[in-house]
Ligand binder design. Structure first.
Ligand SMILES: *Cc1c(COP(=O)(O)O)cnc(C)c1O
Length: 355
C-alpha cells in the first residue's frame, strides 16, 4: 500500500561503525581502541550518584579548563563534545554553509560524507594519489571548506606542518578542520599554527590515545570567534551533551601525563615491531603514524583474510570500498594480541600457499 506519510520520512545512509562483538576470548583490533585502558587515576574518583539528579555543567568548565591548560591555550579557544564525532558534526553544521562544495579525500574517515549528506552540504572528494597521499593541489580550488584527518584514516599517513600550512595558505576564505584523532601516535600537531591561522579548527578525541572511547569525549581548539559560533549551534541543539561522569573522569585523565606517555610509547614500539613482522609475511602498507596499520597482502585477498581471522576470533576492519577493498585496517593492540594475530596469519598463509 502506498502510504503518503512515507514521502516525508528522511532517508539517510548511516555511518556503519566497526562491530563490537561480545565474548571474552575475542581479540578486537577493528575499531582502533587503545588496549591499555585509561589512567588508573580515574579509579580513585567517582561521581557521587546523588549528583546524577542534577544536570551537568552546560559549559563543561572544569574539563574545558583542564584541556586549555594541557595545551597551553585560552579556555575560550576550547569546545568540548560527546566524542569528536559530535564535535565534528557540530563543526560541519556551524562552518560549512556555503553553496560551494566542501573538500575531503575520497579515502578518509567515512563519517564525513554521512554528515555532509545529513546536513545537505555539497561536497567533493578529490582522489588520493596512488600512494594514498593527499595531493595538496586538489585543495587549491574554490570550495566551501576543507576537512581531513591528520594522520589520515584509514591509511595512517601523516603529513607535516609545511603541508598543512600550504593547505591553509590556499584556503584563507573558508574554515579548515584538521581532525587529529590519531596525532598522539607520532605525528606533529597543527596546534602551533593556530596563532597564524584564524580559520583553523583542530579536533581531538579522548577515544584513541587516552583509551576512553566508552566515555565519549572530544574537543575542538580554535580561535575564540569560531568557538563561540560552534557553542551557539550546540546550545541550539542540545545544551547538556557532556554527562557528569565524563566531565569528571576526562578532567582527571589529563593529570596523568606519565601514564599517557607510557602507553603511547608501548603502542608505538609494538607498531614498529609488528610492521616488521607483517613485511616478512608478505604484507605492505603505508608508513603509519597512527595506532593501526593499513595493510594489503601480495597474494591473498583482504576479504578472505578478514573472514578467516574473524572466524578465528580476531576482528580487524575491512572496507568494501573502491580502491581499498584489498586492504585491512589493523589496530595495534598489546604485544600478546599482535603475536596471536601473527601466528594466525602465518598458519593461514602457509595453508593458503599449499592449496
Ligand atoms: C575515531 C575517529 C573519530 C571519532 O572519535 P570519537 O570516539 O567520536 O571521539 C573521529 N575522526 C577520526 C578520523 C577517527 O578515527
Amino acid at each position: 500500500m502506498l502510504r503518503k506519510w512515507r514521502a516525508n520520512i528522511r532517508k539517510v545512509e548511516p555511518y556503519i561503525p566497526g562491530e563490537q562483538p561480545k565474548g571474552e576470548k575475542i581479540i578486537k583490533l577493528n575499531t582502533n581502541e587503545n588496549p591499555y585502558g585509561p589512567s588508573p587515576m580515574i579509579r580513585q574518583v567517582q561521581e557521587d550518584p546523588e549528583n546524577l539528579r542534577l544536570y551537568p555543567d552546560p559549559a563543561a568548565e572544569d574539563l574545558v579548563n583542564a584541556i586549555a591548560a594541557y595545551h597551553g591555550v585560552d579556555r575560550d579557544q576550547v569546545f568540548v563534545g560527546v566524542g569528536s564525532d559530535d564535535v565534528l558534526a557540530m563543526a560541519f553544521l556551524t562552518f560549512f554553509n556555503s553553496w560551494k562544495p566542501i573538500l575531503f579525500p575520497d579515502i578518509t574517515y567515512s563519517f564525513y560524507n554521512v554528515w555532509a549528506e545529513l546536513f545537505r552540504i555539497p561536497y567533493k572528494r578529490p582522489e588520493l594519489a596512488q600512494d594514498f597521499r593527499i595531493r595538496p593541489k586538489d585543495y587549491y580550488q574554490e570550495n566551501g571548506g576543507v576537512v581531513f584527518p591528520n594522520p589520515n584514516a584509514p591509511t595512517g599517513i601523516c603529513e607535516d606542518l609545511d603541508f598543512i600550512r600550504d593547505i591553509l595558505d590556499h584556503n584563507t576564505d573558508v574554515i579548515v578542520i584538521i581532525d587529529e584523532a590519531y596525532i598522539d601516535f607520532g605525528g606533529r600537531s597543527a596546534l602551533e599554527l593556530l596563532p597564524q591561522y584564524e580559520n583553523l579548527l583542530i579536533v581531538r578525541t579522548f577515544s584513541k590515545s587516552r583509551s576512553m572511547a566508552g566515555l565519549r569525549i572530544g574537543y575542538a581548539i580554535g580561535n575564540p570567534e569560531l568557538i563561540r559560533a560552534i557553542q551557539d549551534v550546540k546550545y541550539s541543539f542540545n545544551s547538556y551533551t557532556m554527562n557528569r561522569p565524563s566531565l569528571l573522569l576526562g578532567t582527571v585523565s589529563l593529570k596523568d601525563e606519565a601514564y599517557f606517555k607510557e602507553t603511547i610509547d608501548k603502542i608505538i614500539s609494538t607498531r614498529t615491531w609488528f610492521e616488521r613482522e607483517m613485511k616478512h609475511l608478505g604484507f605492505s602498507f603505508p608508513d603509519s603514524q597512527a595506532n593501526f596499520i593499513f595493510a594489503t597482502h601480495e597474494k591473498i585477498p583482504a576479504r578472505d583474510i578478514f573472514e578467516a581471522a574473524k572466524a578465528a576470533g580476531i576482528y580487524v576492519r575491512h572496507f568494501s570500498q573502491y580502491r581499498i577493498d584489498n586492504y585491512l585496517r589493523i589496530t595495534i593492540g598489546t604485544d600478546a594480541q599482535m603475536k596471536a594475530l601473527l601466528s594466525f596469519l602465518e598458519t593461514y598463509i602457509s595453508e593458503w600457499e599449499r592449496r
